[in-house]
Design a protein around this ligand. Structure first.
Ligand code: MN
Length: 225
């Protein structure tokens, strides 16, 4: 658990992302936070983060979580992030690492369903309970072999367990807004001086302001531009 890789990848003179404070790994937090950040970078993805030993363990989930237990979502393990990152919503400048718009899509706290989280991570089978606004109940992250082309044990699957919070339907499409500001990606980009058009491609089509309001001729002109 270290923030070295996180810091190496970023220029904090340019990006508003937090550098992160040093914390002793032994500091006991009464509750462990979890956060899911919707991130319209080169590709749209959802960053799934679980607080553990002073950092946020992080996985990038291209399609986002699903409440349907029959759906397995690829989750690529990425570098640990600082705890402060859990509150970050805004614009990472284009050209910087992860350049694009970040939304706090869900947050809350989590409880491991295993006695030893480190051992579970080593084994590649971490079961846990989420207490979020959108994601609740029992989940598992399981490491796969090679699937997804990640190599080096980086590819995992995020799967909902069967319980009263399991559901069909598409939670990422049904609940596209920030849980801390109620904004869509396009609004976050606009407020942060980011690329609004790019951010809007991560919002549901039905919520994009241009739809149905801009005459067809003008829309075509804009698309060409
Ligand atoms: Mn990301």
């Amino acid at each position: 658990m270290s923030l070295d890789r996180y810091r190496q990848k970023r220029n904090f003179q340019v990006s508003p992302e937090p550098r992160g404070a040093e914390r002793g790994a032994g500091v006991l937090e009464p509750k462990r936070q979890f956060v899911v950040q919707k991130h319209r970078a080169t590709q749209l993805h959802y960053d799934f983060r679980l607080e553990f030993k002073g950092v946020l363990l992080s996985w990038a989930v291209p399609k986002g979580p699903s409440l349907d237990p029959s759906v397995k979502r690829l989750a690529m393990r990425v570098e640990d992030h600082p705890l402060e990152y859990g509150g970050f919503e805004g614009v990472i400048p284009e050209g910087e690492y992860g350049g694009g718009t970040v939304m706090v899509w869900d947050q809350g706290d989590w409880v491991p369903e295993v006695a030893d989280v480190e051992r579970a991570l080593e084994k590649g089978d971490l079961k846990f309970i989420l207490h979020g606004k959108k994601l609740r109940g029992s989940w598992v992250l399981v490491r796969t072999r090679g699937y997804g082309g990640g190599g080096e044990g980086k590819s995992w699957l995020l799967i909902k367990h069967r319980d009263q919070y399991a559901a069909t339907g598409d939670i990422v499409a049904e609940k596209p807004r920030s849980v801390i500001s109620r904004r869509l990606l396009a609004q976050i980009a606009r407020d942060g001086g980011g690329n609004v058009e790019k951010a809007a491609t991560g919002d549901p089509e039905t919520s994009r302001p241009s739809r149905g309001k801009v005459p067809r001729e003008r829309l075509r002109g804009r698309e060409r531009a």
